[in-house]
Design a protein around this ligand. Structure first.
Ligand SMILES: O=c1[nH]cnc2c1ncn2[C@H]1C[C@H](O)[C@@H](CO)O1
Ligand SMILES: [Zn+2]
Length: 357
């Protein structure tokens, strides 16, 4: 059986758990929204040039500099119409990439510059996801992110609970990691735990093991955003790997790792796809999932991320299905819904592709 091709991977039913709404805009849309809303700070109004600018600026090797590019996407996402449009296009683009289930995150507190309330922001994005998903064979849920350098996490956690049955499936914290440990937001995480709500934490990307340890053992994260630096707790010699206590805990407890290979290279968390810790972590059977992080800044899609992994590691259909089922098992929607997607959509979809290959 030959390795999956790009087009075959695109057709496979895929699952995406880590994708930022403000990191996935179409360049043409940014330019149009800037014109419509009077945002005059774009580095270029030519789509190709702007696209190249985002990629080059995000390729800095530093998470902090990578994050600076979001000023322009967030800058044009300040009205209800803009949010509905961006969310609808996000759902459409993911559906066209063959994604059948996605959790897309954004930070409501970043969209209040022109007077929208947090509730209005969530309602607008929900409406966009609904419009963009309709009839396209995709289900999209929102994760509400609080910015770790700000102090609004409790408010955002309450917002996530308020909308838990209407479009929102969980909570997250994002932004610069060094200097802003997860425990800074412990009250929000404790509140979410008391509410039986789900959350993931960006950890082990721009900072190492202490961040992962806090996210899991202090804050009770259900999943880890990136978590790549867990390899600092694994000693490899030849084929042998010795896990430290934290790495063993993450693997034993089947804590999902939302890995984003291209993004990690851009921010300096990994050297190249071939050197990306995902190779080792998949071999050691951590609960690894494959994600895009920011499709605009990384010029990527789920299909591209998978295709690069196939090139680098020779992954076959079974590997791609394993990543996909891992992701579906780790989603924040109810167990019955996850099972229905695994048995009704993912397994039959992969079976058909394997059979044709
Ligand atoms: O990979 C990331 N790490 C930390 N923060 C991130 C990453 N990608 C995007 N963000 C930030 C910038 C966005 O404005 C915010 C909400 O989506 O989350
Ligand atoms: Zn992220």
């Amino acid at each position: 059986m030959s390795l999956p091709t790009f087009e075959q991977i695109r057709q496979a039913p895929k699952v995406l758990l880590h994708d930022h709404l403000d990191g996935g805009l179409r360049t043409e849309t940014i330019i149009e929204l800037a014109r419509e809303t009077g945002y005059d700070k774009l580095p270029s109004t030519d789509p190709a040039e702007l696209d190249a600018w985002f990629r080059a600026s995000a390729d800095s090797g530093s998470l902090e500099r990578y994050l600076e590019t979001f000023a322009h996407t967030v800058g044009v996402m300040q009205t209800r119409e803009a949010l509905v449009r961006v969310a609808a296009e996000c759902a459409e683009d993911l559906a066209n990439d063959g994604v059948v289930y996605a959790e897309v995150r954004y930070a409501p507190e970043q969209h209040t510059e022109r007077g929208l309330s947090l509730d209005e922001i969530v309602q607008a994005v929900n409406e966009g996801f609904r419009l963009g998903s309709e009839g396209r064979g995709i289900r999209v849920g929102a994760l509400l992110t609080a910015m770790r350098h700000q102090a609004r996490s409790m408010e955002i956690a309450e917002l996530a609970v308020r909308y838990r049955d209407v479009g929102v499936v969980g909570f997250d914290i994002a932004g610069a990691e060094a200097g802003y440990p997860p425990t800074r937001h412990i009250d929000a995480f404790e509140y979410l735990q008391r509410e039986n709500a789900h959350f993931t934490i960006h950890a082990g990307e721009g900072f190492g093991l202490p961040s992962i340890w806090q996210a899991i053992q202090w804050c009770g994260a259900d999943r880890l955003g990136h978590g790549v630096r867990i390899i600092d707790d694994i000693a490899v010699s030849g084929e042998d790997a010795k896990l430290g206590r934290l790495a063993a805990y993450v693997r034993d407890k089947r804590i999902p790792l939302e890995m984003c290979p291209t993004s990690n290279i851009q921010t300096g968390a990994a050297e190249s796809i071939a050197d990306h810790p995902i190779g080792l972590l998949r071999r050691l059977q951590f609960r690894v999932t494959v994600n895009t992080d920011n499709r605009l800044m990384s010029g990527t899609t789920v299909t591209k991320e998978f295709a690069q992994l196939v090139d680098a590691f020779g992954y076959d259909w079974d590997d791609l299905q394993w990543f996909t089922v891992n992701a579906m098992k780790s989603a924040f929607i109810p167990f019955d819904d996850r099972l229905a997607l695994i048995n009704g959509v993912i397994k039959p979809g992969f079976a058909q592709l394997k059979w044709r290959a």
